[in-house]
Design a protein around this ligand. Structure first.
Ligand code: BMA
Length: 340
């Protein structure tokens, strides 16, 4: 077993709980989950699938807020401890690069990623069907929405936290507009956040197990480690009562992140608690964000539960990387550079 380290910033004030003896896998839940409950602010019925980050001396979040007319929009939230959140009642006001209003018709499943000092928000937007929307902010007051990077239909846009070989790198999951019954993860690069290309296939659904047999989608921004890019993602199976969303983990090559180095053959978290099994959509865990501390190797994963709540789960870089390597399986041609 080699020692694994996170390559990144220290965040000693992030939430943390040690692994309880009762934990069965490499990821364990916060004991006071869910950390965001129903009706968290006026006009908002549910918050789930959301992203948080450290900002100045506190924490900021971009939240998927299901408003009381049923449409999802993005709302900001603030917290001193990353567990107790104050959600803003007004949705984020986006402007275009000329400063004119540029609101999405709807917005869901945001990711929030800092690259070279700028925070990027990536979400699922309406672009004549489900597509990936992007915006940037330096101060969480002005949010400049940029041109959509990809054509429809696409979701689960996940930006890497640094450029690789001078390019921004984004994962996505091309699909259709509805409750997609298929989908693999792809990768695209851009020198300027405007023109995207060098498209590669990263990973396919499937494998020996059935938990990710229907579709997969990227999760939180990948974490740079000495073993490669560690990424949590969601994997979906189909049942007679609908889809079940679990969390998986994969390690991508540091220099060539379209190559899978190791991929866990089992899920690392699956719906088991009441707030994951029962809600607006039953049986969903959907990770969108992490906080981590490079020094201690601690990782907190923020995930949506049952399309109703926000949950937090913990692991360490050593524990999860060891687990992914131990349970590794090669799925199709994931380990190749994905060009056909
Ligand atoms: C997906 C997305 C997610 C949602 C999941 C389960 O297609 O819409 O936002 O959590 O379905 O309903």
């Amino acid at each position: 077993m080699t020692e694994v380290k996170i390559i990144g910033e220290n965040l000693p004030n992030m939430p943390w709980q040690n692994k309880p003896e009762s934990a069965v896998g490499p990821v364990w839940r916060h004991s006071d989950n869910p950390v965001i409950n129903r009706n968290p602010a006026k006009g908002i019925a549910r918050i789930f699938n959301s992203a948080v980050a450290a900002y100045e001396d506190r924490f900021v979040g971009v939240f998927r807020a299901e408003t009381i007319n049923g449409r999802p929009h993005l709302h900001m939230g603030w917290s001193d401890d990353a567990l107790n959140w104050k959600i803003e009642e007004e949705r984020i006001e986006f402007v275009n690069e000329k400063g004119q209003p540029f609101q999405p018709n709807y917005a869901y499943d945001p990711r929030l990623v800092k690259v070279e000092g700028t925070y990027y928000i990536i979400w699922c937007t309406d672009f004549y069907g489900a597509a990936i929307g992007v915006a940037k902010t330096d101060d969480f007051r002005t949010f400049v929405r940029l041109d959509n990077p990809f054509l429809p239909f696409n979701r689960n846009g996940v930006l890497f936290p640094r450029k690789i070989n001078d390019n921004f790198v984004m994962l996505s999951r091309p699909s259709d507009s509805g409750h997609t019954p298929f989908g693999d993860v792809f990768l695209s690069e851009s020198p300027d956040f405007v023109y995207w290309g060098k498209h590669r296939h990263v990973m396919t659904k499937g494998g020996q197990g059935w938990w990710q047999s229907v579709k997969i989608g990227g999760g939180p921004a990948p974490i740079e480690t000495t073993e490669g890019w560690l990424m949590f993602y969601h994997g979906v199976t189909g049942t007679c009562n609908g889809f079940v969303y679990s969390m998986g983990a994969v390690i991508l090559d540091l220099e060539e992140p379209s190559k899978v180095k190791y991929r866990s053959s089992t899920y690392v978290l699956t719906p088991e608690e009441w707030y994951e099994e029962r809600g607006f959509v039953n049986n969903v865990v959907f990770p969108c964000s992490t906080l981590f501390d490079a020094e201690s190797g601690r990782i907190a994963i923020y995930y949506g539960a049952a399309d109703t709540y926000v949950g937090v789960a913990y692991t360490t870089v050593q524990e999860i990387v060891d687990y992914v390597i131990e349970t590794n399986e090669v799925v199709a041609d994931d380990a190749e550079i994905g060009i056909i």
